[in-house]
Design a protein around this ligand. Structure first.
Ligand SMILES: Cc1cc2nc3c(=O)[nH]c(=O)nc-3n(C[C@H](O)[C@H](O)[C@H](O)COP(=O)(O)O)c2cc1C
Length: 95
């Protein structure tokens, strides 16, 4: 993750994409974002104002179905980590 944190630090934008599995992000995505926590207590690293785009794919054809979940992730994870979430894209009806 140190290598990935440095790559995030040097990037203009970050795009995090995940399929929706049982109403949530995939376990791989969760594993990746859980490792952001070390940045929270770091004196040398931060994600302050790093531009972030979120992309979700889902089988359900209604793009509003997981909207509140997507907002929850922004409030409790991405804003908490001080990312600047510029857009959330939902690709619905994709199996
Ligand atoms: C284990 C599993 C759980 C899924 N749960 C949901 C779900 O809760 N809601 C939904 O709309 N689609 C669900 N899907 C469909 C995926 O979101 C859809 O296939 C995804 O866009 C494609 O991702 P993948 O090909 O990388 O698995 C699920 C698919 C899998 C395999």
């Amino acid at each position: 993750m140190n290598k990935l944190h440095n790559e995030i630090k040097n990037a203009d934008y970050i795009i995090i994409g995940s399929p929706i599995y049982y109403g949530e992000v995939s376990s791989q995505t969760k594993l990746f974002t859980d490792r952001f926590y070390s940045v929270f207590n770091s004196k040398t690293k931060n994600f302050d104002d790093k531009k972030l785009i979120l992309v979700y794919t889902q089988g359900n054809p209604n793009p509003k179905t997981y909207e509140s979940y997507a907002k929850h992730k922004v409030d409790h994870l991405y804003n908490f980590m001080n990312f600047n979430v510029v857009n959330t894209l939902i690709a619905a009806g994709i199996f």
